[in-house]
Write a protein that binds this ligand. Sequence first.
Ligand code: ZN
Length: 313
Amino acid sequence: MLGKPRRVDLDSVRKMDEHKEFRTFNNVDPETGRVLTCPHGPDPVLIGVRGEDPADLVAAFLMVELEEPVERVMIFKTNQGTDAHFDRESTIRDISVHQSVRLNGRVSSPPKILKGGHVFFQLEDPTGVVDCAAYQPTGSFRNTILGLIAGDRVEAYGGVRQGPEERLTVNLEKLAILSLEEDAHYLRPRCASCGSSCESMGRDQGFRCRKCGRRFPRERLIRSVLPRRLRETFYLPPPRAHRHLTKPESRQHAEIDKSQAQMVHDKLSGGALLPVQCLSPSSAPKMSHSDPRRTLRAKPWHSTPSARTRSIA
Ligand SMILES: [Zn+2]
């Protein structure tokens, strides 16, 4: 019913999600187990399953136990999960509030945690510096951000908002790490005579043993390189924090093979291969009491290539 909790057996959605061969995505948030296919808001959609291929969507949808009647089942070709909003690179000087931007730059200040658990760092490119934020709802993504150090080269994807102190802030939706800086640290040497710790004699000066007073040149500093826990790859927040257009993890590297693309192309007229969404709108008035499976068999799918992206979160 419109605006009411959807009567869908959530465990059946979780079971369906385990069938990776269906190539659906964003059914369940892996960190919390939360089911993401059923909208909460006042719209007519009972459940929306997102995936790569119409046949897979039908198979996946048939695994879901619906506990209320549905009026019809439709398959849409949409731009959900395509990163369509990040189609071109921006420079920091040119960004403005409410834009979706993709910025290529260098981490210029190490990340820090602010009140509320939000994580911020500064990004610079030849045109300026901007704050980038991973807010609390992005969960474990914040740990990724905390692993950055100054000097890392990244591509930051996100929406520009007015952040703390009225400064433009990029709310991160994705981060590509292009190259990792060496995490080098310098340790003071131990005394070669007595083994005690040494102290610095001042900036650009050497060291002096705290115990016996023996002096050592600055070159005796010990360079230590710490291992980095991040890799040069894409990092995303968990699906529960995605916007509809955000390309999910499973689609970041996967190239759809040509035969698959042709099959979808034949079924849905024209256009590039885009994810397909299976929507089962529950009708509010004049509810049809037909079994959703019967409805589905009667009308295998309704192709609406021009359908606009539906909001279902
Ligand atoms: Zn000494």
